[in-house]
Design a protein around this ligand. Structure first.
Ligand code: NAP
Length: 259
């Protein structure tokens, strides 16, 4: 059993739905105070209310991680609402699927601006408060796509998710003097509203290609984030853990068929 994070102050970006909401649910169930953020007010407000109805100490804030003023205001809101910040889950991300031949520069910039620059800005803005915490933690939601695998249509996305892992190595060294750790979770295919939008055929094909024969749940990712946030993980920094049901393991279709 992991030590308690009860009473810790947790900020989860991109948490009106999907993995971020799952992370928020896992932390709230452990007794943490959680601020969830997203761009659309109605959705993030409703999600906070839903998590409160389930017994969590959860508030919301409207902020775009791609805008520095929003990110600073988000951290200010965290401090005003809960008195400080112990754990930042930098999760907000987008994954439009467009092959290079059809991709315009705006889309490339938007994906890198949200997923990579957005993560950098969230960490930068949160640093002073995480330093005051004495047990500060950052958990990035990266991906297997980019660092480990490829998928047509996701050159920008893969670059952003690999970029997050490059960022965290040096960020870990700069945060260490503050006693703040930074690690990443690399989800495989997790069932979320965003992924459901890719269609039933896609979901069925993905499940069949996973050794554990199911897509992941948002709680699978929340539990990995919870481990990085625990006291037991205090000596781990600059690392990433793949949470994918074994998806990246088969070296060929034949390897899967041999199972
Ligand atoms: P999702 O279901 O589409 O939810 C994305 C969340 O992020 C929403 O709350 C969205 O709300 C918010 N968001 C998007 N852009 C934002 C911005 N600029 N500023 C603030 N919030 C923003 O996505 P998901 O599948 O849960 O993915 C979450 C993270 O996990 C992403 O980083 C993604 O790359 C990563 N991931 C997902 C999977 C998967 O299988 N689902 C696999 C690997 C990695 P608004 O639109 O209202 O802002």
């Amino acid at each position: 059993m992991l030590s308690s994070i009860k009473g810790c102050n947790v900020l989860v970006t991109g948490a009106s739905k999907g993995i971020g909401k799952g992370i928020a649910r896992v932390f709230a169930a452990q007794g943490a105070n959680v601020l969830i953020t997203a761009r659309r007010e109605k959705e993030v407000k409703n999600s906070a209310a839903e998590l409160r109805d389930a017994g969590g100490s959860v508030q919301h804030c409207v902020a775009d991680v791609g805008r520095w003023e929003d990110v600073q205001r988000m951290v200010d809101t965290m401090v005003e609402t809960f008195g400080g910040l112990d754990i930042l889950c930098s999760n907000a991300g987008i994954y439009p699927q467009t092959k290079m031949a059809d991709m315009d520069m705006e889309e490339w910039d938007r994906v890198l601006g949200t997923n990579l620059k957005g993560a950098f800005m969230c960490v930068k803005a949160a640093m002073p408060e995480l330093g005051k915490s004495g047990r500060g933690r950052v958990i990035l939601t990266s991906s297997i796509t980019g660092p480990v695998t490829g998928f047509p249509g996701w050159t920008h996305y893969g670059a952003s998710k690999s970029g997050q892992l490059g960022f965290l190595k040096t960020a870990a060294m700069e945060l260490a003097p503050l006693n703040v750790t930074i690690n990443a979770v690399q989800p495989g295919n997790i069932i979320t509203e965003g992924l459901e939008g890719l269609g039933e055929d896609y979901l069925a094909t993905m499940a069949a290609s996973i050794p554990l024969k199911r897509l992941g749940s948002v709680e699978d990712i929340g539990n990995a984030a919870l481990f990085f946030a625990s006291q037991e993980a205090a000596y781990i920094t600059g690392q990433a853990i793949v949470v994918d049901g074994g998806q990246i393991l088969p070296e060929s279709v034949e390897a899967l068929e041999e199972m």
